[in-house]
Write a protein that binds this ligand. Structure first.
Ligand code: ADE
Ligand code: ZN
Length: 328
């Protein structure tokens, strides 16, 4: 029987998790007090996603959480505790998505925010915790011009630990955005940044096609609705493009009704490189080891399958080669 302790003991990477999804209830109580703001609802139900009205409402809640972070010390502390949370799941390396638009106190000062996070991750690494790098994310609703501006900013400042460009947010609210962001992602590739793209969560397979055809995605975050398109599955397998799957998030945010309806196992059996991640562990009330253990139970995986997941997570990560080699 696979249990959480067994999962924790597997050295692994997490490649689809948001820095915005790392605030515990205690963090929020402390930050809201410092900011002189009330919690938006009763503490007992603050993470109850049924009160958030789907992905759009959930993203608004992340705006509120991140808006409480006002000082570099608070940002660094959040980064440190994020690395500690990852470490406690047996994660040795994480590619963490950060979307500057959520951190609204830092508008116009994005490099300062990124530097503060890097300071927290540096300290965590010195303390022997997981190594964390950043995938800086566009919000789906941003303009083509804002997207190019962000990449130019990253290419000019080269903030420490930033390894990739990303895009997240609600695909249903913004419509198809592949064309709009194509220039920014091409520029990112040319400037040496990796690319990871949210798609096939609140869009169907067409969003995943756009990610791979227009945005040079090396990984697709979620991507689960690719399961509906056999030609797309074949393309993902052939090109070795991995999907950063987050079943618990999909269930909480209404993409699928139950674990047994989730296409994770079908995608894996089709030969797609899949990883198993949490997306936003704190507000979804989960941990990586809990999700791996439940998935193992639901899909009947043995330890060998989990070892494959752990290996794939490291292989598809944007970890530096020496660290990858040490973890494989
Ligand atoms: N940002 C944080 N979680 C997200 C999700 N599940 N989808 C899109 N954007 C997100
Ligand atoms: Zn995500």
């Amino acid at each position: 029987r696979i249990d959480e302790a067994l999962v924790r003991a597997l050295p692994k990477a997490e490649v689809h998790v948001h820095l915005e999804g790392g605030f515990s209830l205690v963090d929020l109580m402390e930050l809201s007090k410092a900011a002189g703001e009330e919690l938006p609802g009763p503490a007992a139900t603050i993470f109850d996603v049924s009160t958030h009205d789907g992905l759009g409402g959930f993203l608004d809640f992340l705006d509120w959480e991140c808006g409480l972070v006002r000082t570099p010390e608070q940002a660094a502390r959040h980064a440190y505790s994020f690395a500690a949370r990852e470490t406690s799941s047996g994660v040795r390396y994480a590619d963490v998505i950060v979307n500057p638009t959520h951190w609204n106190a830092w508008a116009g000062r994005v490099p300062h925010l990124l530097d503060a996070f890097a300071a927290g991750f540096d300290e965590a690494e010195q303390d022997g915790l997981a190594v964390v790098n950043l995938c800086v994310s566009l919000l789906r609703q941003q303009s083509a011009g804002e997207a190019v501006e962000l990449v130019e900013l990253l290419a000019e400042h080269r903030p420490a630990r930033v390894v990739a460009l990303s895009v997240d947010g609600d695909e249903a609210a913004a419509g198809r955005t592949g064309e709009k962001f194509a220039q920014a992602f091409t520029l990112a590739r040319d400037r040496g940044f990796h690319r990871t793209v949210h798609a096939g969560e609140s869009s169907g397979p067409e969003g995943v096609w756009d990610a791979v055809r227009l945005l040079h995605a090396e990984r697709v975050d979620h991507g689960v609705r690719a399961a509906e398109d056999p030609a797309l599955i074949e393309h993902l397998v052939r090109e070795g493009i991995s999907l950063g799957v987050c079943p618990r998030s999909n269930l909480a945010l209404g993409v699928y009704r139950d674990w047994v309806d989730h296409p994770l196992e079908a995608l894996r059996e089709a030969g797609v490189r899949v990883t198993l991640n949490t997306d936003d562990p704190a507000p979804l009330g989960t941990t990586l080891e809990a999700d791996w253990a439940v998935a193992a139970g639901v899909f009947g995986w043995d330890l060998g399958v989990l070892r494959d997941f752990a290996r794939t997570s490291v292989e598809v990560s944007f970890a530096p080669p020496e660290l990858k080699a040490a973890l494989l």
